[in-house]
Design a protein around this ligand. Structure first.
Ligand SMILES: C[S@@+](CC[C@H](N)C(=O)[O-])C[C@H]1O[C@@H](n2cnc3c(N)ncnc32)[C@H](O)[C@@H]1O
Length: 259
């Protein structure tokens, strides 16, 4: 199985998971999980959510994680072993294009930051239909994704900041605006919307963000900014991180829906 188009390393996903853990827990609560349920996390990465969901389903339940990246699956299954929840939590390699589950077999499902790594050119209709297929009637899905148009960084040169944020959203993410279309695709595939919300996640240091070297070097390669702009950006934001003055934020859309 291939790596995803918008590949991010398991280490980065683990670091971000701990920074946004309170937010993640609020999305688990929205899944309405009961003891004994069968729960699915699509695009589970290295198991940053599945392990936490074990206590929600209890020893009579099952948590499945699916990811197209076999390295993520190996790490996730190792984590389940290490945390002694492997009898409840199992990770399988697979894709949202064809989920390895029977029709109507899943009580509750989540997918966080999955759609932003699936190129916007890929037709969403069969993907959301596949999600609908595996859900039990009244089964609940919680989909979370970023709208990178909301990214904001406190930087002295606003024009450069806007240029970089726009470049990141439009060119560096396979679907940088994934969050805004979730509701529409869920409705079109037959789900009923239960809740629609958006939260702003705040970052307190450059290291926590996607706005460091990765962004400036890609922008330089694409002639979006000059070397002076790139240097000024990294110098100022590194200094702000060091002295506690760093501020950046990005908005996430949360849609809760039922079959
Ligand atoms: C940005 S990561 C998010 C991981 C995790 N949900 C989290 O919150 O940290 C997106 C994950 O989706 C996986 N992925 C990409 N396309 C997929 C697909 N079509 N089906 C299943 N997983 C996919 C990637 O391999 C990656 O692990």
């Amino acid at each position: 199985m291939p790596k995803s188009a918008g590949y991010v390393s398991p280490q980065y996903l683990k670091m971000i998971a701990e920074i946004v853990r309170t937010f993640k827990v609020s999305t688990y609560d929205l899944m309405n999980i009961k003891k004994g349920d069968t729960v699915l996390d699509i695009g589970c990465g290295p198991g940053v959510d599945t392990i936490h969901l074990a206590s929600y389903v209890g020893s009579d339940g099952k948590v499945f994680g699916v990811d197209i990246d076999e390295e993520m699956i190996e790490l996730a299954n190792k984590e389940a072993d290490d945390k002694n929840v492997a009898d409840i939590v199992q990770h399988k390699s697979g894709s949202l294009e064809k989920l390895p589950f029977e029709n109507n077999s899943i009580n509750a499902c989540r997918a966080e930051r999955l759609f932003q790594v699936i190129p916007s050119s890929v037709d969403r209709t069969p993907l959301f239909s596949e999600l609908y297929r595996v859900m039990q009637p009244q089964g609940r899905v919680v989909i979370v994704d970023t709208d990178w148009a909301t990214a904001s960084v406190d930087f002295s040169d606003v024009a450069t900041e806007r240029t970089l944020m726009s470049f990141l959203a439009q060119k560096m993410r396979p679907d940088g605006f994934a969050g805004r279309s979730l509701k529409r695709f869920l409705i079109a595939s037959g789900f009923n919307i239960v809740k629609l919300d958006a939260v702003t996640l705040v970052h307190r240091g450059l290291d926590e963000t996607a706005f460091g070297e990765w962004l400036t070097s890609t922008a330089l390669e694409n002639n979006i900014i000059t070397t002076t702009q790139a240097k000024n950006w990294l110098d100022e934001l590194t200094e702000k991180s060091r002295n506690g003055n760093f501020y950046a934020s990005v908005g996430s859309v949360i849609v809760v829906a039922e079959k």
